[in-house]
Design a protein around this ligand. Structure first.
Ligand code: ZN
Length: 143
């Protein structure tokens, strides 16, 4: 295993064992989306709070494999405080990365750790389910 692969594994394991921003608040200000990945047993709930301009908070909870659960934590870390337009751009960059296309590695920060998933198409859903839930929550209409 080369050094970079080792680093990426460390990031994924760290977020799996010590998830950040875990726990969905019982608060109407959050838009909540629940998604399941039956092929792996991943079950994730994403809660997003934004003011129409900036992503103020991202929370998550659920159960599943290390790739799924850790990516929800990495996503929450990355997206909190981002402008919504930038959040959409980051989603595009993440999907491009998983498809083996050119992407902005610096902008994705720790989320770049999932680039190895492109070699394992069966795990693609695991790496994207939290991102799909986040995108769906962003699009949900608030009051
Ligand atoms: Zn999974």
């Amino acid at each position: 295993m080369d050094r970079l692969t080792h680093l990426y594994r460390q990031i994924i394991l760290d977020h799996y064992k010590n998830p950040r921003h875990k726990g969905v608040p019982n608060d109407d200000a959050y838009r909540v989306v629940h998604l399941k990945n039956p092929t792996c047993g991943d079950d994730i709930t994403l809660a997003v709070k934004h003011d129409g301009h900036v992503v103020e908070d991202v929370r998550h909870e659920g159960s599943g494999c290390s790739i799924c659960c850790s990516s929800a934590s990495v996503l929450a870390d990355l997206m909190r405080g981002q402008e919504i337009s930038q959040a959409h751009r980051l989603i595009q960059q993440y999907n491009a990365m998983l498809h083996g296309e050119a992407f902005d590695e610096a902008a994705l920060k720790e989320a770049a750790a999932y680039q190895g998933v492109k070699q394992f198409p069966a795990r693609y859903k695991c790496a994207t389910i939290a991102w799909q839930a986040f995108e769906a929550a962003l699009k949900e209409e608030g009051e």
